[in-house]
Design a protein around this ligand. Structure first.
Ligand SMILES: Nc1nc2c(ncn2[C@@H]2O[C@H](COP(=O)(O)OP(=O)(O)OP(=O)(O)O)[C@@H](O)[C@H]2O)c(=O)[nH]1
Ligand SMILES: [Mg+2]
Length: 238
C-alpha cells in the first residue's frame, strides 16, 4: 500500500489503530522527579497533573512512588513518568537514589514558608550530585492561592532561578493554576535535550540514560517491580 492513503500518513493510521486497540505507541518515556521539603505540596501538584485531583488531607509521602500521564509534544506521544519523593529528612538517602536517569526535576517550595525556599539551594546541590548534568530543573513556588500569606517574594525566586540556571514557575495545586503549564514546559525542554542528543548520536539507541526513540520502553514495568517493595502509598483520606 502507498505511504499516503487519501492524504493520511500510514504511520498516523497505524497509531490510530493502536489507540483503538487500547495500545499507545509511545515515542518516549521521560522520567521526572518531584523534590523539595515536606508539606510544600509535591504530592498534590502531581495529583493535579495526572488526575486533576486535589486533597487537603494529604498524608506525608513515605519513600517514593510514581504516577504517569501521556501527553503529545511536537507530535510525539510522550509518557511522563513522574516520581514523587518524600520531603522528610529521614528519607533523603532513599529518595536521592531515584534521581538517577531523571531527565527533569520539579523543585518545589511553599511560597508561604520562607524556610522551604531557603532549603532550595541544598536541593539543587543534591540534584547536581546525584542526577545527570543535563537534567532540566524547574523551580516551583507552590500554594500561589495563598497570596495573602506570601513569605517568599516572586523576585527572590526569579533571581535565584536565574543565578542557578533554573526555570521558574508559581503554581497552585489547589486551584490548578500553572500546574499543567509547568509540567508541559519541563517536558518540552526535555524533548529539546533528547532530540539534540539523538541528533548527536545519529541513531535511535539509548544514550546516557536517555530513552531515545526506538529504544525498548521497559522503564515502567521494571520500575514498578522495584518500587512495589519500596513504596508505601501516601493514601489520601478524601
Ligand atoms: N492552599 C494550598 N494547599 C496546598 C497546595 N498544595 C498542597 N497543599 C496542602 O499542603 C499540604 C501538604 O501537601 P503534600 O502534597 O502532601 O506535600 P508534600 O510536599 O508531598 O509533602 P511530603 O510528602 O511530606 O514530602 C496538604 O495539606 C495539601 O492539601 C496548594 O497549592 N494550595
Ligand atoms: Mg508527598
Amino acid at each position: 500500500m502507498n505511504q499516503e492513503m487519501n492524504g493520511v500518513d500510514a504511520d498516523q493510521v497505524q497509531r490510530v489503530a493502536q489507540e483503538i486497540n487500547g495500545q499507545e505507541k509511545i515515542d518516549y518515556v521521560f522520567k521526572v522527579v518531584v523534590i523539595g521539603d515536606s508539606a510544600v505540596g509535591k504530592t498534590q501538584i502531581l495529583s493535579r497533573f495526572t488526575k486533576n485531583e486535589f486533597c487537603f488531607d494529604s498524608k506525608s509521602t513515605i519513600g517514593v512512588e510514581f504516577q504517569t500521564r501521556t501527553v503529545t509534544i511536537k507530535g510525539k506521544l510522550i509518557k511522563a513518568q513522574i516520581w514523587d519523593t518524600a520531603g522528610q529528612e529521614r528519607y533523603r538517602a532513599v529518595t536521592s537514589a531515584y534521581y538517577r536517569g531523571a531527565l527533569g526535576a520539579m523543585l518545589v517550595y511553599d511560597i508561604t514558608k520562607r524556610q522551604t525556599f531557603d532549603h532550595v539551594a541544598r536541593w539543587v546541590e543534591e540534584l547536581r550530585a546525584h542526577a545527570d548534568n543535563s537534567i532540566v530543573i524547574m523551580l516551583v513556588g507552590n500554594k500561589a492561592d495563598l497570596g495573602e500569606q506570601r513569605d517568599v517574594p516572586t523576585e527572590d525566586a526569579v533571581e535565584f532561578a536565574e543565578d542557578q540556571g533554573l526555570f521558574f514557575s508559581e503554581t497552585s495545586a489547589f486551584s490548578g493554576e500553572n500546574v499543567d503549564t509547568a509540567f508541559f514546559s519541563v517536558l518540552e525542554k526535555i524533548y529539546g535535550v533528547v532530540s539534540k542528543k539523538a541528533l548527536e548520536c545519529g541513531n535511535g539507541n539509548k544514550s546516557n540514560g536517555v530513552a531515545l526513540k526506538g529504544a525498548k520502553i521497559d522503564v515502567i514495568s521494571g520500575s514498578e517491580l522495584e518500587i512495589s517493595e519500596m513504596k508505601k502509598l501516601s493514601a489520601c483520606s478524601c
